[in-house]
Design a protein around this ligand. Sequence first.
Ligand code: ADP
Length: 480
Amino acid sequence: MASRTINVLSVASECAPLVKTGGLADVVGALPAAVAEHGVQMRTLLPGYPQVMEKLGKTKIALKLPSLFGGPAKLVSATAFGLDLLILDAPHLFHRAGNIYLGPDGKDWPDNPERFAALSLVATKIAMGDLKGWQPQVLHCHDWQAGLVPEYLNMAGGTGKIGTVLTIHNIAFHGLADVAKLKTLGLKKARYTPDTFEFWGKISALKAGLTGADRLTTVSPTYATELMTDHFGMGLDGVMRHRRGDLSGILNGIDEAVWNPAIDPEITPYKTAAGKAANKSALQKEFGLPKSDGPLCVVVSRLTDQKGLDLLLDCLPHLTHLGGQLALLGSGDPGLEQGFKKAAEHPQIAVKIGYDEALSHRMMAGGDAILIPSRFEPCGLTQLYGLKYGTIPLVALTGGLADTVINASPAALATGVATGVQFNPITHDSLITALDRLISLYNDPKTWAQLRKNAMKQPVGWGPSASSYTDLYRDVTPPV
Ligand code: ADP
């Protein structure tokens, strides 16, 4: 029997290819098509940043909002890149140049709480039936920016009538606001308690979502377990333990229409790893690196403490000593940017500071290995791109990196299932040992070829995860 269609509104602050700072955007952008195959009609609600507005083409006004957190706004509908979009066009909140979260001083915009409260409030209005002709049965909220949705829904009398799911893409970002903002954000003082959204004397949008949503998910089974620990829970581990029965880990997939070496317009396409050679030469040329006998390692990453790249920086003399090269693309922490720029004085190391989507594809195709020494990693996408492109991931044993890479242990090599190198504990010494292992695998051409073949065969698409999300949406859909 065919199951009925479920209407889901996905609420997020980023969505590829419209606006992206990290993996959240890739997931929000890929999810609608993935779940459509299972009978889910998903619309995506996003802020109307300039980079979004300019890519929309034809729009229709769906809802007028004469006064929304200090100014007039409207909700417009549009389709773009195969996405069915609802865009919150609120110029006073979102028409700002530069990074979507940070002002020119590199600090969070002071009104970030209001900006994303506005997004959450409008999601609630849509859920409560304010939009003509379409109403969701489920709200899928992503990260702290949509964290207040369950609270606003509760205030509007919608709890139990509309299902809510909150996905944690990274628990490090809490969406904190000063308690003086309770009134501005339209929140009730009586609800400001440790059981709801109070967090050490502040309002936490993420905690509102974690305590209020019907179900919680995160982006890998291992991270789901880690979140309940003191080390990874970032002060919210108690909440996570309390809600363990409602929490599940669903692995991210990759959009194989965008990340696929057989059809990628940015590269010399290939179907087997032999096709990587031309891309490697091109990448070495692009980065000004000499031809070499050793592996070309790549990094495509935000440069932050989370990503453990300070550990890598310290290990670079070892990598080059073993004959390896490094090409890095990233931006973020000024100290790390400086450190890598300095390291690039070595002829076997090249660094580009910045954000460049097209180059990131060429790096996946041209690299021999991708290095991801993260201290924590909810899921991680670049190791999945690496697998798909036959670029062997060397990863820390944490979060989604633990769930998606099969370590080249003697047993995994013997049974032909190994796809990469994992290391643990996440320390300098252990990374050194992992680099040794990587290079000795590379220097054994037969084993390396087998690794690449295994990697390229590993399923990294949305298949099973799209089913899991659909099951979840069905579970939280209130009976009619
Ligand atoms: P996170 O979301 O923590 O940054 P993920 O691995 O989940 O980490 O996702 C990062 C995404 O951002 C990937 O699609 C990666 O290719 C992309 N990315 C990160 N830094 C850059 C950069 N400097 N240039 C281009 N793409 C980047």
